[in-house]
Design a protein around this ligand. Structure first.
Ligand SMILES: NC(=O)c1ccc[n+]([C@@H]2O[C@H](COP(=O)([O-])OP(=O)(O)OC[C@H]3O[C@@H](n4cnc5c(N)ncnc54)[C@H](OP(=O)(O)O)[C@@H]3O)[C@@H](O)[C@H]2O)c1
Length: 331
């Protein structure tokens, strides 16, 4: 019998294994227009932590006792839709389960990308890279010659943001991440400088890496990283506010940056965005990324965890920084 992961209880602070339960699904008959998909890979993403809280946000909260949802890619094994046939590879939002039944209209058929695992559609050819692309080019309006700082740089979004900045003409790209091994990898994939934020204060290390200041900050972290970036941003600097992962498990409201006054005196622009509002940029992103991958100019990494029963651990470990590049669960 196919299985699924349900939300057993809402986490308070850091999620634990007890917040999740593995249950069996039924095998419902298909209605007209529906397909049954056997999932091959599912995504775990930081935004899912927000959906585990019972609060109103840009996506509704997960429901207690119901299966979790999220990006997944799989093969159609049964179809009652004229649009999809058995064997088609589809991208959809019913991850966290071995099999799913959904209307064909809620799936996007994709062609297996040459030389890439189907999981690429959850990472380098998917939502995280679109976030990096839109955040840099449209939100922060990257210009050739900019000095760019990316936090969470060794993750799915950050590793793409840093490389795309270089490929689009940034003069210098600096990244921060949470281990020396990640720092070595960032240098290998083309970051000009990278530092381990756990080793010393972020502002000190950012000042050493960018003595003349930064023009763009791609913020995945918030907290001390945003504070440090504000100190180092040059006049008219721009911030793409992508995420604030340092706050996602906080049980108390976070203390705001102590230096927001700099936004005024330096004429800075801080702009938040949600990638789902920018789907129209997907074809541009795919065209650029496909060409860069073909020419060997873009590197990407995946950390792959095996088995649906390990999906909760994969999610918890993503929040702890166990991943380099995109965290993926193979089903
Ligand atoms: N705006 C949007 O539409 C949008 C879309 C997708 C993602 N996002 C945001 O983008 C960010 C990255 O997402 P992702 O999917 O690419 O995840 P990811 O970066 O692949 O994984 C999360 C990483 O965050 C780092 N981290 C955890 N706690 C931290 C802390 N307290 N301080 C600094 N770093 C910490 C960990 O790496 P270390 O080892 O370096 O700590 C971990 O690997 C998240 O904030 C996410 O919410 C936004």
């Amino acid at each position: 019998m196919p299985r699924q992961i349900v939300l057993a209880s809402r986490p308070s602070g850091w999620p634990t294994a007890a917040n999740f339960a593995l249950t069996e699904t039924g095998q419902p008959e298909l209605a007209d227009g529906q397909v049954r998909v056997r999932n091959l890979f599912m995504s775990v993403d930081p935004y899912m932590r927000g959906r585990m809280n019972d609060v109103k946000s840009y996506v509704p909260p997960f429901r207690l006792g119901e299966p979790l949802e999220g990006g997944a890619i799989g093969t159609v094994i049964e179809s009652r839709s004229p649009d999809l046939v058995k064997g088609d590879l589809i991208l959809h939002m019913l991850g966290w389960r071995d099999e799913a039944v959904l209307p064909a209209q809620q799936a996007r058929k994709v062609t297996p990308a040459a030389g890439l695992s189907p999981s690429a559609y959850l990472g380098v050819l998917g939502m995280p890279t679109l976030t990096a692309y839109v955040g840099l080019l449209d939100i922060a309006a990257l210009k050739p010659g900019d000095v760019v700082f990316v936090s969470g740089a060794a993750g799915a979004v950050g590793s793409m943001a840093g490389q795309i900045a270089k490929l689009k003409g940034a003069a210098r790209v600096i990244g921060s991440a949470g281990s020396d091994e990640k720092i070595r990898w960032l240098r290998e994939i083309g970051f000009d400088a990278a530092f381990n934020y756990r080793a010393r204060s972020v502002v000190e290390q950012l000042r050493e890496a960018a003595p003349d200041g930064i023009d763009v900050y791609f913020d995945n972290v918030g907290a001390d990283h945003l504070d440090a970036a504000l100190v180092m941003l040059s006049p008219h600097g721009r911030v793409a506010m992508s995420g604030a992962i340092a706050h996602y498990n906080a049980t108390e409201p976070p203390v705001g940056p102590s230096n927001l006054g700099l936004v005024i005196t330096r004429r800075l622009t801080l702009r938040g965005f949600i990638v789902s509002d920018h789907q129209h940029r997907m074809p541009d992103m795919i065209a650029d990324v496909t060409a860069w991958l073909r020419d060997g100019r873009l590197s990407h990494a995946e950390t792959v965890v095996d088995g649906l029963d390990h999906a909760p651990d994969a999610f918890i470990n993503l929040l702890r920084g166990a991943n380099t590049g995109k965290m993926i669960v193979r089903l």
